[in-house]
Design a protein around this ligand. Structure first.
Ligand code: SF4
Length: 895
């Protein structure tokens, strides 16, 4: 009798995308992939995953991986090198630059994708031993304003509450947060509270996003006016005697000045409505809701942070919670939703240029304390340059040696094209990366270091509720890739710093990090994980998710500040007198619009990982600009056409999407596309470098912009080609499809040119062609498979690829299928079932429409019929909107 099959237990790890920090169970399939599911025991998600997390198993391929160190040779080519040679080049390059130009000439640019252990070692090397604080991170673009706001109010960068508060609140306010798409698992938790307990949801956003679909009250605030709204709320609470004077007296200072300033900004309800562009009745309802519900959680994200007044926005929100004592208690408090998986971990180790380490800054006492702990007499003694200023210093030639780890600044920083040019001026440009090809790598890196990716990494991350979780490896390191902490450690040792960098495993780094957090910490610093400073390697491997603070001999604490205890000199929180809100740059006749940037549901950052999943590519495959229909009519733009969006800093050509959810006068463009994935869609090229004066965070949501129509004669798609195979002036967007790469195209190139390019690209293949007036289709077959194709037609009626993609994915085609290729129809005669709505089950708009026609009246009905919306729930807002459109007898469209 055969023995029963033994399946090894899954590896418990943590999702590498957003700051929700969901627990993941990964079961390797033995062929380089893994089956992925949510960890039912992780307190961030209790088994749920969103569409991005669910598709992690599709992103583990090695096709684009950087597998070996590469050095740029004298002829300009990158050549494979040994680790020994690469480490020597980096160490000698930094040493030579320091000797010649001093500590201000070197910099590290890190990432919220790094693990805490990676971050700790990099920060220690630069600030402790190279003597410069020029260490900043892409978290500067994400939540630096929340950090600055917390430090002004609390004296520390503390998130006071927990996710549990979202289950217990009676009122949940989302400010500048499309949580339905950007923090989907938390959003579903909020919606579950609404269903189970009747919690009310208020969404405050200039755009009517998917998050507004479940809102009891949606406030389409004028861009940048959040400070005015929360100033008006503070005034209203004071005037209606709704302040908690006991809490204020015992635990805060600054109410008088904060309230006086709030009265200047928004003296009453009508003034608040006028300043924010909202209906007075809606403002009253919001104020009444806040006043009536003690249990209020206010969640804020990039719409608040990415602003030249982001810190004031945070403090205007926090002021209302402090003044009502709604903080640190069950179901109440301000809650910053961090964008990245380890933005919080980076803050813990001091990964920002204005932090030193372990939530200590550059005060003489802190510098002395950390210098003694690290035995680092050469420690940096003043703040370094924050991200935008760091890259300006590179542009000026002041910074000459830069090491970028796990991020893509040539895409994501404001004025990205200038950043890319500046990188070319560096004497030494080192990039630690997973992928061999992205815009930063292609900006002329001298040294490429292959870093471990998710699934291979081993260490910790911290989510938005201060919860530290393990990322554990379940795949072998490919090629000669190594973890980031190991790479930095080797460079430090080559610089003669072996004693300070003795690490052989991440547990050693974690213990040191934890010990530093507790070093001379007498309850005087918020970040303290001394309770785990002496755990052994086995306990580190088994570490369960834990929240900080976790002080020695004290129970962990899920909430902070209910009874004061702020980390200021007098232990009291500060209410802050915020400035009157005003956008940094004015619009003009030339640039009449405001350009807002953000994320889409199924992609992450610059798509180096999510872009590998065909399933995730289905939702919104092309870079687009969202425009209000009346603005579009005025500018002669049509839905599905193209537009050139420009600012004083650059321009992109994008697909036009009309949306009544978009405010008049503003444009929305997603951040995800780069030169590696589209011909003209790197939107951060267009973003101005205006920064918040306290946080240094750039204003990514309000750059003055213009929009104009662009016409192409032809549009279509290609499969099985590379971007270099297309006519040079083609507009293209790269899309991962099953079994390869696809391109969505638009072009003025004559059909004969397309024929010539296809002939060259498919040389040696068996060719089938169809050509008619304004239409050209060519298919190439090799070994019984469809090796590639190009379909071009009029831009007003472009060919769709839904029926052709499965044929491209098939290992072998039968005669009927082969005949069907050029028809653009599947062998059963169906050509197109519309865009995908549910990524988990691949449910398309056409199927949903059929279910509605057959009687589905609720999202739950659709779930029963098609399973759509029954897994991660990320598409539920879209299902409800489609049902809404059907009820109103509007044309049903997917967004
Ligand atoms: S909400 Fe989605 S992207 Fe964020 S951590 Fe959870 S699974 Fe990952």
């Amino acid at each position: 009798m055969n023995a029963p099959l033994q399946h090894p237990p899954p590896t418990r790890t943590t999702c590498p995308y957003c700051g929700v920090g969901c627990g993941v169970l990964a079961r390797p399939d033995g062929a380089g992939g893994a089956a992925i599911s949510g960890d039912p025991e992780h307190p961030a998600n209790f088994g749920r995953l969103c569409s991005k997390g669910s598709a992690l198993g599709e992103t583990l391929g090695l096709e684009r991986r950087l597998l070996h160190p590469m050095l740029r040779a004298a002829d300009g080519e990158l050549r494979q090198a040994s680790w020994d040679t690469a480490i020597a080049r980096v160490a000698e390059g930094f040493a030579a630059t320091l000797t010649k130009h001093g500590p201000d000439s070197v910099a590290f640019y890190l990432s919220g994708q790094l693990l805490t252990e990676d971050y700790y070692v990099a920060n220690k090397l630069m600030k402790g031993f190279l003597g410069s604080a020029n260490v900043d991170t892409n978290s500067r673009l994400c939540m630096a304003s929340s950090v600055a706001g917390h430090r002004r109010a609390f004296g520390s960068d503390t998130v006071p509450g927990s996710y549990e508060d979202l289950d217990e609140a009676d009122l949940i306010i989302l400010v500048g947060s499309n949580a339905a798409w950007c923090h989907p698992v938390l959003y579903q938790r909020i919606v579950a509270n609404r269903r189970a307990r009747g919690a009310q949801i208020v969404v405050i956003d200039p755009r009517r996003t998917a998050s507004a679909e479940d809102a009891d009250l949606f406030l389409p605030i004028a861009p940048g006016m959040d400070t005015a709204l929360f100033s008006g709320l503070l005034v209203h609470l004071a005037d209606t005697l709704a302040l908690d004077y006991v809490y204020i007296e015992r635990h805060t200072t600054g109410l008088g000045d904060a309230l006086a300033r709030a009265r200047e900004i928004a003296p009453d309800l009508e003034a608040t409505a006028a300043a924010t562009g909202l209906d007075a009745a809606d403002v009253r309802r919001f104020f009444d809701l806040f006043r009536a519900n003690a249990r209020v959680v206010t969640c804020y994200s990039q719409g608040v942070n990415q602003s030249a007044q982001g810190t004031d926005k945070v403090n205007a929100i926090v002021n209302c919670h402090l003044a009502t004592g709604r903080i640190g208690k069950i179901g109440m408090g301000p809650l910053s939703l961090t964008g990245q998986p380890n933005a919080m971990g980076g803050r813990e180790v001091g990964g920002l240029a204005n932090q030193l380490a372990a939530h200590m800054d550059f005060s003489p006492l802190d510098v002395d304390r950390v210098a003694r702990f690290w035995d680092a007499p050469n420690i940096a003694r003043r703040e370094g340059l924050k991200a935008v200023r760091m890259f300006e210093a590179i542009e000026r030639g002041q910074i000459k040696a830069l090491w970028v780890m796990a991020t893509n600044p040539a895409v994501s920083l404001p004025r990205a094209a200038s950043v890319r040019r500046a990188l070319g001026k560096l004497d030494l440009f080192v990039v630690s990366e997973n992928v061999s090809d992205n815009d930063t790598v292609n900006a002329g890196a001298h040294v490429l270091l292959p870093a471990a990716a998710w699934g291979e990494k081993d260490g910790t991350v911290t989510n938005s509720e201060r919860r530290i979780s393990r990322q554990r490896p379940f795949l072998p390191l490919p090629g000669t890739a190594r973890p980031d902490w190991w790479i930095v450690t080797q460079v430090a040792r080559r610089l003669g710093l072996t004693d300070a960098f003795p690490y052989e495993r991440p547990a050693e780094i974690f213990r040191e990090h934890a010990a530093l957090s507790a070093f001379e910490n007498y309850g005087t610093r918020d970040f303290d994980i001394g309770a785990v400073a002496e755990i052994d390697d086995q306990a580190f491997d088994a570490l369960a998710p834990m929240q900080w603070p976790a002080r020695r001999h004290e129970p962990p604490s899920a909430r902070m500040f209910a009874r004061g205890g702020y980390f200021t000199n007098d232990g009291k929180a500060r209410l802050v007198a915020v400035e009157k809100p005003a956008p940094r740059a004015a619009t003009s006749r030339q640039f009449r619009f405001r350009l807002n940037t953000g994320r889409v549901r199924d992609q992450w950052h610059t798509m180096t990982r999510t872009g590998l999943s065909p399933r995730l590519a289905e939702h919104l495959p092309e870079p687009f600009v969202e425009v209000h229909p009346r603005d579009a009519a005025h500018a002669q733009l049509v839905d599905g056409g193209f537009a050139r969006v420009s600012t004083a800093h650059g321009a992109c050509v994008l697909k036009v999407v009309l949306s009544v959810g978009q405010q008049r006068g503003s444009l929305f463009v997603p951040i995800h596309w780069s030169d590696a994935t589209a011909s003209s869609a790197r939107v951060c090229d267009l973003v101005a470098p205006a920064c918040d004066p306290y946080s240094g965070q750039p204003e990514a949501k309000a750059t003055p912009a213009a929009i104009a129509p662009v016409t192409f004669q032809y549009a279509g798609f290609a499969l099985g080609l590379a971007a270099g195979d297309l006519p040079g002036d083609t507009w293209w967007a790269h899309v991962t499809v099953p079994n390869g790469a696809g391109f969505l195209l638009a072009s003025d190139a004559a059909l004969e040119r397309w024929r010539g390019h296809a002939a060259a690209a498919f040389a040696g293949a068996e060719i089938a062609e169809y050509s008619d007036e304004g239409v050209y289709r060519v298919a190439a077959f090799r070994g019984g498979r469809l090796a590639g194709c190009v379909f071009i037609g009029p831009q007003t009626a472009p060919p769709h690829w839904d029926a052709v993609k499965p044929l491209f994915a098939a290992q072998a085609l039968g005669p009927d299928e082969r005949r069907a290729v050029l028809s653009g129809k599947s062998p059963d005669g169906r050509s197109d079932n519309g865009p995908q709505v549910c990524a988990c089950f691949g449910v398309r708009l056409g199927a949903i429409r059929e279910a509605v026609d057959a009687g589905a009246r609720t999202a739950e009905d659709i779930g029963v019929a098609l399973r759509a919306g029954t897994n991660c729930g990320s598409c539920l807002p879209e299902l409800r909107r489609i049902l809404e459109q059907a009820r109103a007898a509007l044309p049903v469209v997917a967004k």
